[in-house]
Design a protein around this ligand. Structure first.
Ligand code: IMP
Length: 209
């Protein structure tokens, strides 16, 4: 069980280390957490490189990333594992989203998008969702990680549009808004995204821990 002192510490948090080296994700997290006056410090500020993601679930990957960075910084840490799950592809690319086309080379955005569209050739069902799983650890040996999940549902379109966002955003269409996420500003995306939903739930858990 966590002591009163630790719980009190969680509630007073005003800065968190973010276990991520993805500059686009970091920008979104900084903006989303700024509403709660929590400063986000990316792991690169501590000179820590990316960690391997070797598990088969988002949650396991997120816990491992958070624990690793919290151990190296000895600070409260959050980590996110996120991805695109496509209905007709059996929820692929899922945990492999960053390295879909080139399994050993992350962030090959164009080849990932091309492979996605090729794999959906002649498939009518274009339903997909983004998922963000976030883990908060008060310290590296925290036995009660706080975990939250957010999803954003949409459709994959063949023609990319928009220059904002990252990853699969040019192909991720939101019928309700009549545009792709890449056609939204970051502020617009952050009002509705899987990431902002997960952060909202996490803040709530931190406040009520
Ligand atoms: P992670 O760093 O392992 O969580 O990789 C997540 C990958 O999922 C990213 O590299 C993207 O390919 C994809 N992804 C997750 N969230 C988003 C998003 O908000 N927009 C576009 N692609 C995303």
């Amino acid at each position: 069980m966590q002591s009163e002192e630790v719980l009190d510490g969680i509630k007073k948090i005003n800065k968190l280390v973010l276990a991520s080296t993805n500059p686009n994700k970091i920008k979104e997290f900084v903006d989303i957490f700024s509403k709660n006056t929590i400063d986000i410090i990316p792991q690169s500020k501590f000179g820590i490189n990316a960690t391997n993601e070797k598990h088969i679930t988002f949650i396991e990957n997120a816990i491992e990333k958070a624990r690793h960075i919290s151990r190296l910084t000895n600070l409260p840490t959050i980590a996110e594992d996120s991805g695109l799950c496509v209905d007709a592809l059996n929820n692929y690319p899922g945990i492999f989203s960053a390295r879909y086309a080139l399994l050993d080379k992350p962030n090959s955005r164009i080849s990932n998008n091309n492979l996605l569209i090729r794999n959906l050739n002649n498939i009518d069902n274009r339903k997909a969702y983004y998922v963000s799983v976030i883990v908060f650890l008060n310290n590296p040996d925290d036995p009660t990680p706080l975990i939250s999940e957010g999803r954003l549902y949409g459709e994959i379109v063949d023609e990319p549009s928009g220059n904002n966002g990252f990853g699969y955003d040019p192909h991720f269409y939101l019928p309700k808004f009549g545009k792709t996420i890449a056609s939204m500003t970051m502020k617009e995306k952050n009002l509705i995204s899987h990431r902002s939903i997960a952060v909202g739930k996490l803040i709530n858990k931190i406040m009520h821990a």
